[in-house]
Design a binder for this molecule. Structure first.
Ligand code: GLU
Ligand code: MG
Length: 456
């Protein structure tokens, strides 16, 4: 492979894959699931017996390029270009993330990259996009730490009934949450927090910050783990933007911090709340691109049922210190953390989003801000839905797109995202968004919720 991924094809047979196989066989693994996430935000997979791993790790397995055109309902956005029925790609597992699945004994999982048959990366490979953006940051001496929050809702009325964030909810969900934390720990995922959320049956888990690729991989693994453990208790877990027509939604908030060497650039600087100039410029780049980023992070019509004012979903483009209604919430971290905890939370996104597209696009938007040395407008400390004209101007407050159609209009004009993704990926995202918008054009709110509830 041509791209810096670890070669596992050692001709002498002493490749690391043999050691990995031995370890997994010792853990009882017989099948390896290799997953990627499509442009509609659906994780898909192919699986191979563990014994086939050496060949698969070097040559991959065949996978159709048409998956770039898949929609949430498994139809395709187009049948030419990215939806072509001909041709083949190679799906290659990333052995560095190969993990025995604690909730599914006998199975292991690895996130996978997609290569062309000639050995170069497929231009639609989202993990390659993240690699590229991470390298672009490294070229400037910068690195990112990121982490997703995962919110989900189990079948209404089955578990976790009681007041919002209520201790009472632990009475019936404590063992379930314990199972989740134990399984994640066994899979090498460190939990920061876990708790009942606002709606009955709604929960949240957050995990420690990692490099951008690791954060996106972890988001996939966390969701799969929660889904599997829920089913083990006869429950279905919904990660959809809106799991019930009446309730508040499930967000997919992303925390990020920007580092140079061992220094957090969102701390100990001269800018707002201690940001350094570079840290501020990065966040200003993200803020500027948020309307276009909405088409990445809120990718389906269901997303816009969640992205509404005054439910902590971050429906307004603005930033603010600890402001849970701002799309970009700045967090200085607690006293005693020495600044390591300073980070920004992008609140407007949900989990219909492809996490690789999300982290790659945030990197692209932030780096463009650094490139142009952008400054932030004034931060805002209240609910932006109630801002007056003067505050809206001073803090550059603007309602984020309230429909996929509107988000796509911003996305298609984003030179930053087009250049970062490349024409193939950008075109495929655009085709999928436009088609998905048509797909739901005549749906009622209830239809949209019904069609997406169990898909992500
Ligand atoms: N459930 C809310 C959302 O859809 C987020 C609640 C919170 O701030 O954790 O984004
Ligand atoms: Mg939450």
């Amino acid at each position: 492979m041509d791209d810096g991924r670890t070669a596992v094809t050692a001709a002498d047979g002493s490749s690391p894959v043999v050691r990995v196989m031995a370890r997994l066989a010792g853990e009882g693994v017989r099948l390896v699931a290799m997953s990627w996430v499509d442009n509609a935000g659906i994780s898909r997979l192919k699986a191979v017996p563990l014994s086939r791993l050496p060949g698969v790790a070097s040559r991959g397995v065949g996978v159709s390029p048409a998956f770039d055109a898949f929609l949430v309902d498994d139809s395709m956005a187009c049948e030419d270009g990215c939806g072509s029925r001909t041709g083949d790609l190679r799906l290659v597992p990333d052995l560095s993330r190969l993990t025995a699945l604690a909730a599914q004994p006998g199975w292991a999982w690895a996130p996978a990259d997609r290569f062309r048959q000639g050995g170069e990366r497929h231009p639609g490979c989202h993990r390659a996009f993240v690699d590229r953006m991470t390298r672009a940051a490294a070229d400037r001496g910068l690195s990112l730490r990121m982490g997703f929050e995962t919110e989900w809702t189990v079948d209404p009325g089955r578990l976790g009934d009681g007041p919002a964030y209520g201790l009472a909810r632990l009475a019936d969900s404590g063992a379930y949450l314990l199972d989740i934390v134990d399984a994640l720990a066994a899979q090498g995922v460190e939990v920061l927090q876990i708790h009942p959320e606002y709606e009955p049956g709604q929960f949240e888990v957050s995990t420690v910050a990692e490099d951008p690729l690791g954060a996106a991989d972890t988001a996939v693994l966390v969701r799969h783990t929660v889904r599997t453990l829920s089913l083990g208790r006869g429950l279905r877990a919904s990660f959809a933007p809106l799991a019930t027509t009446a309730g508040v939604g499930n967000g997919g908030h992303v925390h990020l911090s920007l580092w140079r060497d061992e220094e957090n650039l969102l701390h100990a600087g001269q800018g707002p709340h201690g940001m350094t100039a570079t840290g501020e410029a990065f966040l200003a780049g993200v803020l500027r691109s948020l309307p276009a980023l909405t088409a990445v992070g809120c990718p389906t019509p269901a997303s816009y049922l969640r992205l509404v004012p005054s439910v902590w979903a971050g429906a307004y483009r603005c930033w603010g210190l600890e402001n849970r209604e701002a799309a970009l919430r700045f967090i200085t971290g607690a006293a005693g953390e020495g600044g390591a905890g300073a980070n920004a939370e992008v609140k407007c996104f949900d989990q219909a989003a492809n996490p690789y597209l999300v982290v790659g696009s945030l990197l692209a938007a932030g780096l463009a801000g650094v490139e142009e040395d952008l400054r932030l407008p004034d931060g805002y400390g209240n609910d932006p839905a109630r801002a007056d004209a003067d505050e809206r101007a001073r803090c550059a407050i603007e309602r984020l797109p309230d429909s996929l159609q509107e988000a796509v209009r911003h996305f298609e004009r984003s030179a930053v995202l087009r250049e970062a993704m490349g024409d193939h990926m950008f075109g495929a995202v655009l085709a999928v968004r436009r088609r998905e918008q048509q797909l739901f054009a005549d749906h009622t709110r209830a239809d949209v919720v019904e069609a997406t509830r169990w898909r992500y």
